[in-house]
Design a protein around this ligand. Structure first.
Ligand code: AMP
Length: 211
């Protein structure tokens, strides 16, 4: 089965998508994570897009759509996939509809205040993409990844001004994606302001009912 998660930054898309992917043994494809890997590896793409990511701007559609199209040709997607952070524009949503079938589209809804609190306290382990929160989900040792023992960092786009900007970008460019799917009655609404474990349980239930 194929699933996508849409919702503002900080809705928990990454966390929920990673956990669901693990439960179902399907790949979790996060466009943001693929972009950050390219930036870390200083690839041609990474050099081109670094500033955009730091500012919280979107990567141009043609680059993003090609990247996802290519990723969905890999052999590991045969029994299903989860897309996280794509589509983020109406053009991406339309392109996706042209080349794949989507079983469930989860709309993770959350208010701005919760977003700012979640992202401002988020810390990440860059190599694995594992995330923590200084209050809600702290690592065993402050500033250190539980699994590798390596330092955690704050993403540049989790600084206050970038968070505000990402919320504006979401309203202008990604809200139309929600409207696009809503108009076709394709959205599964989930209240994502609750504890992550509660949200995760509901998402897994909805998937089980659908199967
Ligand atoms: P995320 O990890 O999903 O929060 O994404 C981090 C950043 O990667 C975003 O702020 C954008 O700069 C970029 N990005 C991720 N997914 C997309 C997308 N579908 N379209 C354009 N830019 C994206």
């Amino acid at each position: 089965m194929n699933f996508i998660f849409v919702g503002p930054p900080g809705a928990g898309k990454g966390t929920i998508a990673a956990r669901v992917a693990q439960e179902l043994s399907v790949p979790h494809i996060s466009t943001g994570e693929i972009f950050r890997e390219n930036i870390r590896g200083r690839t041609e793409l990474g050099v081109k897009i670094k500033e955009l990511l730091d500012r919280g701007e979107l990567v141009p559609d043609h680059l993003t759509i090609e990247l996802v199209k290519e990723r969905l040709t890999h052999p590991d997607v045969q029994s299903g996939w989860i897309l996280d952070g794509f589509p983020r524009t109406r053009a991406q949503a339309e392109a996706l509809d042209e080349f794949v079938h989507i079983d469930l589209i989860f709309h993770l809804e959350v208010d701005d205040e919760t977003v700012v609190g979640r992202l401002g306290g988020r810390r990440v382990h860059p190599a694995s993409g594992r995330t923590y929160h200084v209050v809600h989900n702290p690592p065993k040792q402050e500033g250190i990844d539980d699994v590798s023992g390596e330092p955690l960092v704050k993403r540049d786009d989790d600084e206050r001004d970038a968070i505000k900007h990402r919320l504006e970008v979401y309203r202008q460019q990604t809200a139309p994606v929600v409207e696009y799917y809503a108009a076709k009655d394709r959205l599964t609404q989930v209240d994502a302001s609750r504890q992550m474990e509660t949200v995760l349980a509901e998402v897994l239930d909805l998937i089980a009912t659908r199967k």
